[in-house]
Write a protein that binds this ligand. Structure first.
Ligand code: KG4
Ligand code: ZN
Length: 337
């Protein structure tokens, strides 16, 4: 393999939800990484699709321009472009996809279409380039909660998934109930520092003894009932509810990871997706992994939530295999892993 085949320089673009992001990678080395988080959704307590597409359109050229500026490179230095084509919001996806197609055509370079969920699985490789499958992945984001047996690149088996809400969604909904802000995950993470995780006993739904599936709707209902029963919580009450809720989610995720390790015999575990940024989850999984003699990897915070560096990293792996896409490919909002 030539140096370029092994370590291509890839421009990655991500616009599936409310982050407009561009990154330039040379192999797994990040030369620049820009994330523009759309603040406009904050006042609605959730992402408004129409506003998201408009904000992406407004931001994308500038975000890509900044990525080039920061890396001190020009479009002529790029070997291929990688872009998210699903899952996500149709209008939002189209902005990035069309931009990337235009770029590929203008530069006459290969075009790589990336599944956003798959890219989350590889995000830890940005920090640990030597990390290779097989590994077990706990993917916990705003839209997805799953345990995946990753045997190789594009070779995986879903071991368990959520039967109702995603883990991140349950953080967001709880934060909305407590009226403490959006997105809920980071707010609950921080607020929990000053709360007592044992203050409220929220249910831990573990399903059947050998099940690797998840269910978070019961927990959400329990928070709702609690807030109805004790209305007008003060700041300390809110911190206690947040910490207790976080503890319940972390307990469930930990138990499911433990079961999956036992069931598969994997020695390497990674956590990925926005909720992998949660500090309590990280520390609890780390102590469990240490006790079980397992290596635990998680991406740096900036690569946990939606970002283009993980899209470009997936692009690097596809480039090495010569897996390029047709410019005819469309956006697929409900794309599966
Ligand atoms: O991966 P991501 O950026 O977007 C999706 O593809 O869904 O994940 C966003 C989710 C949100 O639900 C957000 O509340 C959650 O990740 N999140 C967190 C933390 N940071 C982000 N959840 C818990 N603790 C955090 N520190
Ligand atoms: Zn995501």
């Amino acid at each position: 393999m030539s140096e370029k085949e092994l370590n291509p320089r890839i421009l990655g673009i991500e616009s599936s939800c409310d982050e407009t992001s561009a990154a330039i990678l040379k192999g797994f080395e990040v030369e620049s990484h820009i994330v523009y988080s759309q603040m406009i959704h904050k006042k609605y307590g959730g992402v408004v699709p129409e506003l998201a597409s408009r904000a992406h359109e407004h931001a994308i050229s500038q975000v890509v321009h900044s990525a080039f500026e920061r890396a001190k490179l020009t479009p002529n230095d790029i070997d291929a472009i990688a872009v998210t084509y699903g899952p996500g919001l149709m209008g939002a996806l189209l902005v990035g996809l069309n931009y990337a197609k235009g770029f590929a055509l203008a530069q006459n370079i290969p075009f790589i279409s990336v599944n956003h969920i798959e890219a989350h699985l590889y995000a830890p490789m940005l920090e640990f380039p030597e990390l290779e499958p097989p590994f077990l992945c706990l993917l916990v984001s705003g839209g997805h909660t799953m345990l995946v047996d990753v045997k190789g690149i594009k070779d995986f088996r879903i071991l368990g998934t959520t039967r109702d809400d995603a883990a991140g969604e349950s953080f967001d909904k709880t934060a909305r109930l407590l009226k403490i802000g959006y997105p809920g995950g980071p707010v609950i993470d921080t607020l929990s520092d000053s709360g007592d995780p044992k203050a409220v006993k929220f249910p831990r739904s573990l399903l059947e003894p050998d099940s690797l599936d998840f269910s978070f709707s019961g927990m959400k209902t329990a928070v709702l009932n609690y807030v109805k029963k004790y209305p007008d919580p003060n700041d300390q009450d809110k911190a206690n509810i947040a910490a207790s809720f976080q503890e319940a989610v972390v307990d469930v995720l930990k138990e499911k990871v433990r079961r999956a390790i036992v069931a598969t015999g994997h020695k390497q575990v990674i956590i990925a997706g926005g909720v992998a940024a949660n500090r309590r989850l990280r520390s609890e999984l780390k102590s469990m992994a240490d006790n079980m003699g397992i290596d635990l990897f998680y991406p740096p915070l900036e690569y946990c939530t939606d970002n283009a560096a993980m899209i470009a990293a997936t692009g690097v792996m596809y480039y090495r295999k010569g897996w390029f896409a047709d410019l005819e490919i469309g956006a697929v909002p409900n794309l599966k892993l």
